[in-house]
Design a binder for this molecule. Structure first.
Ligand SMILES: Nc1ncnc2c1ncn2[C@@H]1O[C@H](COP(=O)(O)OP(=O)(O)O)[C@@H](O)[C@H]1O
Ligand SMILES: O=C(O)C1=C[C@@H](OP(=O)(O)O)[C@@H](O)[C@H](O)C1
Ligand SMILES: [Mg+2]
Length: 172
């Protein structure tokens, strides 16, 4: 399989664990959100402000298509990447897909400190995260080769679990 792709909700640890996995595997690391920021020279909240969520999703779709065409990279996606059918097809075809699962409670704690997630600038971020997970959990599962729990486990343990389980996956 060509790439190793992380999907899952905000605060699951895709960006953190992707970076550690890439280091461990000595592969390049690409974070879809970071690549969009580098390419546009604007941060994600600014893009949401100026272009709306639709503008961001169009940029995200183009970036996912490009990154899934790479060979041998670890790719962290944004939590909403699975919302479009085109993205799910590209991600599934792009390599092994790992769904990093986190409970809503853990997501709330891990996302509380930074203001970089425009979708969480709501009166009740916990409800937002719960509603999004209800909608997206089946979509993450639809394309995942592996579902990995991240609650109550430090990033290093999550990385070791992924590496061990990847070796045991049957060919697709
Ligand atoms: N397994 C974990 N246990 C505790 N904290 C974590 C874990 N994974 C990530 N974090 C922390 O949660 C926050 C969000 O992680 P991040 O990698 O940005 O998530 P994502 O990219 O999935 O939104 C960061 O502060 C990170 O250090
Ligand atoms: O869940 C989402 O729709 C989003 C998740 C974010 O990425 P992380 O999952 O890395 O926080 C980022 O792409 C954007 O704020 C939208
Ligand atoms: Mg991220």
């Amino acid at each position: 399989m060509r790439n190793l792709i992380l999907v899952g909700p905000m605060g699951a640890g895709k960006s953190t664990i992707g970076r550690l996995l890439a280091k461990e595997l000595r592969l390049p690391f690409k974070d879809s959100d970071k690549e969009i920021e580098l390419r546009t020279g604007a941060n994600i909240p600014w893009i949401f402000d100026k272009e709306g969520e639709l503008g961001f999703r169009d940029r995200e779709q183009a970036m996912i298509a490009e990154l899934c065409g790479c060979d041998g990279v670890v790719l962290a996606t944004g939590g909403g990447a699975v919302m479009r059918d085109e993205n799910r097809r590209a991600l599934h075809a792009g390599g092994r897909v790992v769904y990093l699962h986190a409970s809503v409670e853990q997501q709330v704690g891990r996302t509380a400190r930074d203001r970089n997630r425009p979708l969480l600038r709501t009166a009740n971020p916990e409800k937002t995260l719960r509603d999004l997970l209800t909608l997206r959990d089946p979509l993450y599962r639809e394309i995942a080769d592996l579902v990995v729990e991240t609650d109550e486990r430090p990033p290093r343990m999550v990385v070791l679990d992924i590496l061990e389980r990847l070796h045991r996956l049957p060919p697709r």
